[in-house]
Write a protein that binds this ligand. Structure first.
Ligand code: ADP
Length: 481
């Protein structure tokens, strides 16, 4: 019983019940209209026929009254006739069994005729006293008749209304037909609605059973209807969620992994220094290692924060028209000390004024990341990193060229992947600026994408690396703010 009640409640609130209910209400209105029309047209025809017959009969009666021919043959069994004289005296009756009935009929008829035109037709509720059980309604016609052979006044001629129960049978048939139609429609409607809605249950159940660790499940609905479209949209959403979720998981796993190594090194160095007394030189070496690892972690956390903000869509770009060459000069000024430390030269090629539409802060980061890589992955002292810009039709080119270690071609496809480093060991052991997090190029790619720019890399271990970023040039007349 406890289970039954919610079931009933669910049923009444269900779409299929409401659907069928509306369907039945509309069907009931249509059937009622249809039945009313049939009923109206049938009774109108019937009245028309009866009136016509009565008028004919009354005309004949009038004629017969003028010659004293008996009226009876004209009337049919059940017909009643009452002729009332000028003083209200009953002159002739036919088919009326008692005086009382006659007087009753006369009263009814007179009140019906009051102020009405000469010929009046209508249904009067009148019945013979001795036919106790049959309250037959009569259809009457009343007419003034002129004085013919001393008889004048008005004649009332009536026929039983619907003597064979045709109208009541019609009402019964229409009522029963409508009821049966509605019952069948209700059952059929429920069945159809149930069938149509069933896939929704499947989708609901599947959605309920999918947990966050089970995002690879799909509904795989075939078909082309609206519900299949809904299921496919749901599947596509799941796929997007799965990708995002997996990327997030991978990101967290990689980030923890990246942080574990420097933390272990710091811990080892600290423990080793504290275990026994060491010389000043040894302490200096240990602190320098800890400092370097700390620098790496600072760099990593900064890059991770940038990427996390980018992933969450929290970054708001403040774009305006900027001269990319000016930004190159700024970036090179900032990186000059780093290059000097490595005995490298920073060179500029041609730097014409090239306007693009972008956020200067992020563009500066893009240039810096590329130049920093050129400095980091050099081949030793006396090398150079060269930066140049160029306007090529509608495109602004930024080139960062170095003659460093280069990248083997099999590594090129993964270069922009997060945490990807060509030589995992290389960046870490490179002592003083072992700040290779494997995130720099991911950030570069994201910034480029948000400036509708594309990146190309040409590299070989023999000749070094060239990064070429192609920005759409700012349209002439674009505001500088
Ligand atoms: P990282 O912080 O390690 O430099 P990036 O995403 O900037 O991370 O670069 C990914 C990897 O690509 C680097 O670890 C490096 O191996 C390689 N790489 C990037 N730029 C250069 C370059 N100019 N010359 C040689 N190798 C490079």
């Amino acid at each position: 019983m406890k289970k039954f009640k919610p079931f009933i409640k669910d049923f009444f609130f269900s779409i299929r019940f409401r659907l069928v209910l509306w369907f039945i209400v509309i069907l009931a209105l249509v059937l009622a209209g249809f039945s009313a029309f049939i009923f109206y047209s049938q009774t109108r025809d019937y009245r028309g026929d009866t009136t016509y017959e009565l008028v004919q009969k009354l005309n004949d009666i009038e004629k017969l009254l003028s010659g004293s021919v008996p009226v009876t043959p004209i009337l049919q069994p059940g017909d009643v006739l009452l002729v009332i004289g000028p003083e209200g005296k009953v002159v002739l009756t036919q088919g009326i069994s008692s005086n009382e009935d006659g007087a009753n009929l006369m009263k009814n008829a007179q009140s019906a005729m009051l102020g009405k035109p000469e010929l009046e037709t209508g249904i009067l509720s009148w019945w013979q006293q001795d036919w106790k059980n049959s309250h037959t309604q009569y259809f009457f016609i009343m007419k003034q008749i002129s004085s013919i052979q001393g008889i004048s006044g008005f004649a009332i001629l009536g026929s039983p209304f619907d003597p064979y129960g045709m109208i009541s049978r019609l009402i019964f048939t229409l009522g029963l037909g409508s009821l049966l139609t509605m019952i069948i429609a209700f059952g059929g409607g429920l069945w159809l609605a149930d069938r149509a809605i069933r896939p929704v249950h499947t989708i609901t159940q599947a959605a309920q059973s999918i947990s966050e660790t089970d995002l690879n499940r799909r509904l795989n609905f075939s078909g082309k209807d609206e519900l299949a479209e809904l299921a496919n949209t749901f599947d596509a959403m799941l796929a997007r969620l799965q990708t995002a979720f997996e990327r997030q998981r991978q990101f967290v796993a990689d980030a923890s992994h990246e942080l574990r190594t420097p933390l272990t090194i710091v811990n080892l160095e600290a423990n080793r220094s504290l275990s026994t007394k060491r010389s000043i030189a040894e302490y200096q070496r240990a602190i320098s290692v800890i400092q370097s690892e700390n620098e790496f972690m600072t760099h990593l956390v900064k890059d991770l924060l940038i990427l996390a903000r980018m992933d969450e869509g929290q970054v708001v770009m403040e774009k305006r028209v900027v001269d990319l060459s000016e930004l190159v000069v700024d970036a090179l000024e900032r990186l000059e000390p780093l290059a000097a430390r490595k005995n490298l030269r920073l060179e500029t090629g041609e730097l014409p004024e090239v306007k693009i539409f972008g956020d200067p802060q992020y563009l500066l980061q893009l240039i810096s990341n590329l130049v920093e890589n050129g400095i980091k992955y050099n081949r030793g002292p006396d090398q150079f990193v060269r930066v140049e810009t160029q306007l090529d039709h509608e495109t602004v080119l930024l080139r960062v060229i170095d003659h460093g270690q280069g990248i083997p071609s099999e590594n090129l496809p993964h270069l922009f992947d997060r945490f990807y480093r060509v030589d995992k060991a290389r960046g870490r052991s490179d002592s003083e600026d072992s700040s290779g997090t494997g995130l720099g190029l991911s950030i570069v790619e994201w910034i480029a994408k948000n400036h509708q720019a594309t990146i190309e890399v040409q590299s070989s271990p023999d000749s070094g690396t060239t990064f070429e970023v192609r920005f759409p040039a700012a349209a002439a007349g674009t505001s500088t703010n």
